[in-house]
Design a protein around this ligand. Structure first.
Ligand SMILES: [Zn+2]
Length: 412
């Protein structure tokens, strides 16, 4: 059977996809927590890598490992002068993870290749499957290590010298597990299939999210200083309570995000009052703030407002303050042609889709300035992720993978 363009009207094998994801999910599995742990460059990560490489070889792919341990498997095209279309994600996990984050994108790509192989489909461009090293950053920082190196965003030496909490370097661990290579594969385009890790698709009952970009992020760390004093003998109107100032700042940051709307989110994730004792007014309180927004003008407005609020909430209570921005990453906007392609393919397959912005970071954000990129999301039950409860229904996994297959077929 052919589609209206004469392409074979293929479908991936949903059962094979799910069983591959489950097999990877058994590596590093802890029956007590119900989660699995494959921290980057650990023994469990090595086992996962070995499984992926074995399956890549079984599909006849040319497997290449680069200097940071990224794994690429290339399926030849008929025109060797063309750059490959790359699909992929990561196979490392956080502690006690679910089985879909990252693995879905890698094994979704593998399932596309298996489908092309069993149907003997030849393509003009090569197709490359990628698994990027240490996406999660749960053991070595920075996160996204593989894609940072691959796109030349951060230098190799800096990444390899990163140490885990036991003082082991990424370089030594890469050597120990045998995944420091010297090959590479350049991508012409990149598609990353991923679970949403948020609640929107599941809540709206939509099978496909076409991701138009990743929101901008800014982080601050600050401290308010007042006066520690006796909780019983200091009247309310004579206090300089640093924690109350920070509490008000947290509430104001929430109001700001709600006022700006359009997906703005603000979070005070960390508060440390001092001296942190039941009967002493907190004289000092440190805090962090995280603000995210996709639209540039709203991002700029929100950042300015956050800094104004940090000052205003301290001054209102006569508190001294200091703060600094500790991270900032502008929004990433994916290639409009790639976004339209994924939407068109979803519609052709009879799958309702929604354009969305990713709340989480992904390797795709670093690939995006490097080559035309898009991400395809499928629903996460109740929006849960990075926990053993992370779940996506088999039907949704199959649908997303079919969108990947047909997006790839249009590009290769
Ligand atoms: Zn991921």
């Amino acid at each position: 059977m052919n589609d209206d363009k004469g392409r074979p009207d293929l479908r991936i094998n949903g059962e094979r996809l799910v069983s591959s994801i489950k097999e990877m999910g058994s590596i590093g599995f802890d029956p007590e927590t119900g989660g699995r742990t494959r921290l980057a460059l650990s023994d469990a990560d090595k086992k996962g890598r070995d499984l992926l490489c074995r399956w890549m070889h079984e599909e006849g792919l040319d497997v290449k490992i680069d200097q940071i341990g990224n794994i690429f498997g290339v399926r030849e095209g008929t025109d060797p002068s063309e750059l490959p279309v790359m699909v992929g994600s990561h196979i490392d996990t956080v502690r006690d993870a679910g089985m879909f984050d990252g693995v879905y994108g890698v094994f979704g790509g593998l399932e596309v290749i298996r489908t092309l192989n069993e149907n003997k489909v030849r393509t003009r461009k090569p197709l490359a499957l990628a698994a990027f090293t240490n996406e999660e950053g749960a053991r070595f920082q920075p996160d996204m290590m593989g894609s940072l190196f691959y796109t030349g965003t951060v230098g190799l030496e800096e990444l390899l010298s990163s140490k885990d909490e036991n003082g082991l370097t990424a370089a030594d661990e890469l050597d120990r597990i045998g995944y420091r290579g010297s090959g590479t594969v350049r991508a012409g385009r990149y598609i990353e299939l991923h679970i949403e890790q948020g609640p929107r698709l599941y809540a709206e009952g939509l099978p496909i999210g076409v991701v138009r970009g990743i929101q901008g992020l800014a982080w601050w760390a600050g401290e308010y200083c007042g006066e520690s004093n006796h909780a019983g003998s200091t009247p309310m109107d004579m206090r300089k309570d640093a924690l109350l100032g920070v509490a008000e700042l947290a509430a104001e940051a929430e109001k700001l995000a709600l006022r700006l709307g359009n997906g703005s989110v603000a979070t005070m994730g960390k508060i440390s009052p001092k001296p942190d004792i039941i009967n002493i007014i907190p004289g000092k309180c440190s805090f962090t703030l995280d603000f995210r927004q996709f639209e540039k003008s709203l991002f700029e407005e929100g950042k300015g407002e956050i800094e104004r609020l940090i000052t205003a909430c301290a001054e209102k209570r006569g508190l001294k303050y200091n703060f600094r921005k500790v991270a900032e990453a502008p929004a990433v906007v994916f290639d409009s042609g790639m976004v339209e392609l994924a939407e068109r393919v979803s519609a052709r397959l009879g799958l309702a889709s929604k354009r969305m912005v990713s709340g989480a970071s992904h390797d795709a954000q670093f690939l995006s300035p490097f080559c035309p990129t898009v991400m395809i999301f499928v629903p996460s039950k109740d929006g849960r992720s990075h926990c053993p409860e992370e779940w996506t229904e088999a039907e949704d996994l199959e649908n997303g993978c079919n969108v990947l297959l047909h997006s790839v077929l249009e590009l290769v």
